[in-house]
Design a protein around this ligand. Sequence first.
Ligand code: F6P
Length: 364
Amino acid sequence: MQKILVATGGGDCPGLNAVIRGLVKAAKRHGGWEVWGSKEAFNGLLGEPTDLVKLTPKKVAGIHVRGGTIIKTTNKGNPVAYPVKQDDGSIKLVDRGPEMIKKLKDMGFSAVVNIGGDGSQRISQHLYELGCPIIGVPKTIDNDLASTDYTFGFSTAVQIATDCFDKLVTTAESHHRVIIMEVMGRDAGWIALHTAIAGGAEICLIPEIPYDIRKIKQRIDKRYRKGKGFMNIVIAEGAKPLGGETFGRQATDAGDPHLKLGGICNNLRYQLEEMGCVPQIRTTVLGHIQRGGTPVAFDRILATSMGVKAFDLVNEGAFGRMVAYQNNEFVSVPLEDVTATNKNVTEDHALIHTARSIGISFGD
Ligand code: F6P
């Protein structure tokens, strides 16, 4: 019996459990393979004692409808830059890659499936270069991973954001207010763009198109020109004003390299108020609501198929590759291609044309 180790790393995302179930079921039906999960990304493997769980078909039955990940996750467990507490209390980042690969061999694992976003797939590539037989499965609600048309979790996030947007429209209309709703999207504005079109926003602010606050003010003034109106704005957490910076602060947790975003909608509100914006402005930060709960049907299907494809790649011995969804097909791409660049919204994208054609302003 050969053994596969599966891990989920980085932020959670609706559909992770469906990938695990797809992988386990495909391995069981094929025969000759068993699947183990490493708890909290690779921390379960690296820890002493190890924290691994055997994933049987019974254990994964019905989990495709559940959000989160049954094997847990972390953004503080990069094996190649692992946070280790020193005697003086300081934290040093240590490369535990070679140790991890030896441990995998000693424990009889012949393949690893790493489900995660850009950071996790950079780790996959690094481990592959060290000789690890690894396959990547793309994950992020932001949908900004290169080489795949969609990542699971994204459609669920857009649906949640759109449902919230619809609710904010009725309250904005009742009070003649401007309501600014902030969605996730660290570097890419895909969630904001899709939600703005689905919900019918007047203004959509995304990281790829720096906004001019004067243009936003003019648009609000125009909307209220004939007296009472209302307006709903969507802003991505990573949106930037012209010549400005991303609004966030460095993570305080050792081993988490990310800037923590969230709250730019309040900055925008206060600036507009200072500029003399007449209507009342309110803000809502959706935050992690977008990552929680049940995945929508499309994400369950995408995630299940990606789990099955990951098993196919393991079985073929096609390591150093990431599962991808391209033109309605499940394919694989070299990990190094994935990690070289991100997939951002570009001015020539069809949805930017759609949005501009129906009058959505990007504040530019
Ligand atoms: O990358 C996905 C994402 O949801 C980003 O949109 C967001 O900035 C980040 O994760 C939040 O991460 P955390 O849960 O670590 O705060």
